[in-house]
Design a protein around this ligand. Structure first.
Ligand SMILES: Cc1cc2nc3c(=O)[nH]c(=O)nc-3n(C[C@H](O)[C@H](O)[C@H](O)COP(=O)(O)OP(=O)(O)OC[C@H]3O[C@@H](n4cnc5c(N)ncnc54)[C@H](O)[C@@H]3O)c2cc1C
Length: 470
């Protein structure tokens, strides 16, 4: 029996609270968690099946969440939100993914990232404040539109996007290759190169774009998993008012490091952990029921199955502990998620100092859920392969973890390179010259090849127009 955990008035059929790190939560957060589990029972989990089967955007689930104030979870109470912290944000995403709907959990992750980007710079911005105050009342779903078709998962490098100042405001042009909640969100935080772009891709700016200012074709979305997410390409070509600039011109890299990356990495990791726990719950329910008459044993009685489940719980709880420990560190660094600390100083970036921990977290959570989902499928046998048990949906949803940017390949390299060569070696915007590689390649050339290269470089450094005026 699941200790203390209820599911529609009955004891929960999966793992009980004795396997959850409940000690990280306040009493109020435990009450929010209980409300969420009940919402998952009555609405979110049933809707997950429909979302997956027919690629239905989970607005119904967001409406249910909005009724209880969850869209404004991290919004300060003076703006009408619940005023909650990073630990709570991680708990909410994990709970939605585990008991309810993984697509909703990912849309909620992106919503929370967008809310954080707005909160960082809302202090003197009426447009941002207006949205933040109405999140739950009007069920206003936000999202982050960053990834660029030209640069793949290097979402910090928006080659196809830009913005110009006009008399009326800003002319924002954005081409996004992927946007969770694309076409269904009520507002977007988008990143472009800054107005008066001079070739420096580190100079980025963020804008608030309303739902009807973006164009999106729902038919363009079709993914292996997270099928309710609507993460297809999005396009914006619109002049928007002056107060749609989020923070000052050139604030994009700071916003990335301080809120967009931290909230995405923390909450998406919680989503992968929730999916892993959700699969273990199903495996428990199935393997303790299914019996093999010939040997008189349940599947759960085989030591192999016990080993699978034991290892899956241990590995997942290691990553969950890491998620909540880092969330606690973010709370400690920010006065328990106090947004007023950012009011007068745009260079105050306490979360950014923990970014390399969040990289490790996302890598570990995405790696773990891929492994756990394989093993829980194996534990449930052929029955798990069929949709009815819901293991196969979780398994497909889980696959998004590794490939979502920053991808696990990129994160593994960030951590290895930064630890060995220093953070400055990461070179996000491809501007640092690697003299070692250059010298090594030149060393391989004979005299003729060197002369040809030198001539080519001279011609590039001194094009005909420049030579005339010199
Ligand atoms: C379900 C889902 C939802 C998404 N939602 C959003 C969203 O809301 N907003 C948003 O902005 N984006 C979103 N994305 C996009 C995501 O963050 C990535 O940008 C996208 O998955 C990259 O796909 P790609 O085919 O361009 O990969 P590519 O970047 O082409 O990667 C292909 C391979 O190359 C590897 N690779 C790439 N760069 C390097 C490197 N420097 N070193 C080593 N290996 C490298 C990758 O790890 C991968 O193995 C979403 C993606 C998914 C799957």
């Amino acid at each position: 029996m699941a200790a203390g955990k209820m599911w529609g008035g009955e004891p929960f059929w999966g793992l009980g609270f004795e396997w959850d790190p409940q000690w990280v939560l306040t009493e109020r957060q435990k009450a929010l968690q209980a409300t969420l589990i009940e919402l998952c029972h009555t609405e979110l989990r049933v809707n997950a099946i429909e979302s997956d089967r027919n690629r239905v955007y989970p607005r119904k689930n967001f409406q249910a969440l909005a009724k209880h104030g969850f869209l404004g979870l991290i919004v300060p109470r003076e703006l009408g939100g619940l005023g909650e912290n990073h630990v709570c944000a991680a708990m909410v995403v994990e709970t939605i993914a585990r008991y309810g709907c993984a697509s909703t959990a990912m849309c909620y992750t992106m919503h929370t990232g967008a809310v954080a980007a707005a909160l960082l710079r809302h202090h003197d911005n009426a447009a941002l404040k207006d949205i933040l105050k109405r999140l739950d009342k009007d069920c206003l779903i936000g999202t982050l539109s960053y990834s660029d078709p030209e640069t793949g998962s290097h979402f910090w490098y928006p080659i196809s996007s830009g913005a110009e100042e006009t008399k009326e405001g800003w002319h924002v042009k954005k081409k996004a290759s992927w946007t969770t909640s694309g076409g269904f969100a009520d507002w977007y935080i988008v990143q472009t190169t800054s107005p008066n772009f001079n070739g420096n891709y580190a100079d980025l700016s963020c804008f608030l774009i309303l739902g009807d200012e973006a164009s999106y074709d729902p038919a363009s979305w079709n993914g292996l998993g997270l099928r309710g997410n609507q993460s297809g390409p999005l396009e914006i070509n619109k002049v928007v008012p002056k107060n749609r600039l989020v923070g000052p011109v050139g604030d994009g890299a700071r916003s990335n490091d301080e809120v967009v990356d931290p909230f995405f990495l923390l909450c998406s990791s919680a989503c992968w952990n929730g999916i892993a726990m959700g699969m273990i719950d199903i495996a428990k329910a199935h393997t303790t029921k299914k019996t093999h008459k010939d040997v008189g044993m349940r599947v759960a009685d085989y030591p192999t199955i016990q080993d699978y489940v034991g290892e899956a719980i241990i590995d997942t709880n290691v990553v969950r502990s890491m998620d909540f420990t880092i969330a606690r560190a973010l709370d400690d660094a920010t006065g328990n998620n106090d947004w007023s600390l950012h009011k007068d100083d745009v260079t105050y970036l306490p979360r950014a100092g923990l970014l390399h921990w969040l990289w490790q977290l996302k890598f570990a959570a995405a790696k773990n859920v891929a492994h756990v989902s394989d093993k829980m499928l194996h534990a449930c046998g052929g029955t798990g392969y069929k949709p009815e048990l819901q293991i196969e949906r979780y398994l497909r949803d889980a696959k998004a973890g590794w490939v979502m940017g920053p991808t696990n390949e990129v994160l593994r390299q960030f951590v290895g390179k930064a630890s060995l060569l220093g953070f400055e070696s990461l070179d996000y915007w491809n501007t640092a010259i690697n003299e070692r590689v250059l010298s090594n390649e030149i060393k391989k050339m004979d005299a003729e090849a060197k002369r040809a290269l030198a001539e080519r470089i001279l011609a590039e450094a001194n094009p005909p127009a420049a030579r005339k005026t010199a």
